[in-house]
Design a protein around this ligand. Structure first.
Ligand SMILES: Nc1ncnc2c1ncn2[C@@H]1O[C@H](COP(=O)(O)OP(=O)(O)OP(=O)(O)O)[C@@H](O)[C@H]1O
Ligand SMILES: [Mg+2]
Length: 202
């Protein structure tokens, strides 16, 4: 299954999510490769750190989508190369869109759906799944529920109940080449990531 992690907005967590999901699968001994189509090479750098630090299991990173792959291919895209994004969307079985709780992100998601439809017309439309990343942890915050509510009104995609909150552990683990569930297995970030991964890959 080829999953493109994409969005029209920068900094919504595409690379962080792609990396964590691939490591989650690898830790389950499920075959997975990462595909880094972003000229920033974020995933390649993160995997390099992982290898240097000797964390196991390792995950292979490709610079293009492999023709044949056993198991899952998780594809991270960069916005500076929209042509590559369109090609990846055309080959995707599903598209996972991390959305941060903001109106600008919701608008960008709507536009990204148009790009998905345009890039896949004439072929099979991939499943489109969205979820909240960097969700507000403040108990009084209303933005998470508001954003989820607005996303649910957009036709053509599934909105997961699972969300990842804004937590330091994501940044810290990524810079060490680890998944959140490896750095802090009992932490809140790990619990959220495990639930998201199960919803996507169970
Ligand atoms: N759930 C989270 N909690 C806290 N920080 C997060 C979370 N998700 C992502 N981040 C942080 O947000 C920043 C952007 O994340 P990331 O690089 O994964 O986004 P991106 O969508 O791949 O960005 P780009 O568009 O530049 O490729 C990083 O500093 C990352 O550590
Ligand atoms: Mg990125």
């Amino acid at each position: 299954m080829k999953t493109v992690v994409g969005n029209l907005k920068g900094g919504t967590g595409k690379s962080t999510v792609a990396f964590n999901l691939a490591l989650w699968l690898a830790n389950m001994a499920r075959p997975v490769v990462l595909c880094d189509l972003d000229p920033q090479n974020t995933l390649r750098d993160a995997v390099d750190v992982r290898v240097e630090e000797g964390h196991m299991p390792t995950v292979s990173v490709f610079g293009s989508i492999p023709k044949q792959a056993d198991g899952d291919v998780i594809i991270d895209v960069g916005l500076s190369n929209m042509e590559a994004v369109r090609v990846a969307l055309g080959r995707a079985d599903r598209v996972l869109i991390p959305v941060t709780p903001s109106q600008a992100d919701v608008w960008a998601t709507q536009q990204f759906l148009d790009i998905i439809d345009d890039s896949t017309k004439g072929g099979k439309r991939p499943d489109v799944i969205t979820f909240l990343n960097r969700a507000d942890t403040h108990p009084a915050a209303t933005e998470n529920a508001e954003t989820q509510g607005v996303l649910q009104e957009i036709p053509g995609m599934t909105v997961l109940d699972n969300k990842l909150s804004q937590r330091m552990a994501f940044r810290r683990s990524f810079s060490e080449g680890m998944g959140v569930f490896e750095l802090e297995p009992r932490g809140k970030a790990a619990i959220e990531l495990n639930a998201l991964a199960e919803a996507l890959f169970a």
